[in-house]
Design a protein around this ligand. Structure first.
Ligand SMILES: [Zn+2]
Length: 192
């Protein structure tokens, strides 16, 4: 049995964060290697943030994980104004979304690939999202407030977009050591 460990998150400046990620095929989705990837993403997210997209660990595939535990929501004094509610661990494969109405809300957000910093970013308040689950079911949900923000942020990673692209002047941030993410061996088994 392979031992599954968290991996380093790649930082802005790594080219994978600027690529459009590839769809996950049904064959790949049902493979042991893909489930290994999900476990690595889950462990890598644990205790560090509320969302992690595969490109953030060097894997150019259309999948992200999200989780906003009750304890973290309760620690956020601005939870009510941000409409932040707890979300269970969710694996989001080949997602799509569209805004419901054109209302946008602006709050500071961060990104595990842009450590330390936050910036005020406008996002749609309400979206209709759909995605495939690891067992192949289609999920559709209307997301409002913070969960909608997390979904839009993580989706952007699959398009090669970073939140800095929404800031005036579109600053291009690059870390001197952007890191590696998963091993080349795992990338090979994922067909990348
Ligand atoms: Zn991010």
């Amino acid at each position: 049995m392979t031992s599954i460990m968290p991996v380093d998150i790649v930082k802005a400046g790594h080219p994978v964060l600027r690529q459009r990620a590839q769809p996950v095929s049904p064959e790949l989705r049902s493979s042991a290697t893909f489930h290994e990837l999900i476990e690595i993403m889950k462990l890598t997210l644990e205790g560090r943030g509320v969302g992690l997209a595969a490109p953030q660990i060097g894997v150019s595939l259309r999948v992200f994980v999200m989780k906003d535990p009750k304890e973290r929501v309760e620690m956020d004094r601005e939870a009510a104004i941000k409409e932040r509610s707890a979300i269970p661990f969710e694996v989001v494969i080949n997602p799509a979304w569209r805004p419901v109405g054109d209302e946008k809300v602006t709050f500071p957000e961060g990104c595990l690939s842009i450590p330390v910093l936050t910036a005020a970013v406008p996002r749609y308040r309400t979206i209709e999202a759909e995605w495939t689950t690891p067992d192949g079911a289609l999920r559709k949900e209307t997301l409002v407030g913070w969960p909608a923000r997390i979904f839009q942020h993580e989706y952007d990673h699959l398009e090669g977009t970073l939140y800095t692209d929404y800031l005036p002047g579109h600053p291009e941030i690059s870390y001197a050591e952007p890191g590696q993410g998963v091993s080349d061996e795992l990338l090979g088994r994922l067909g990348l």
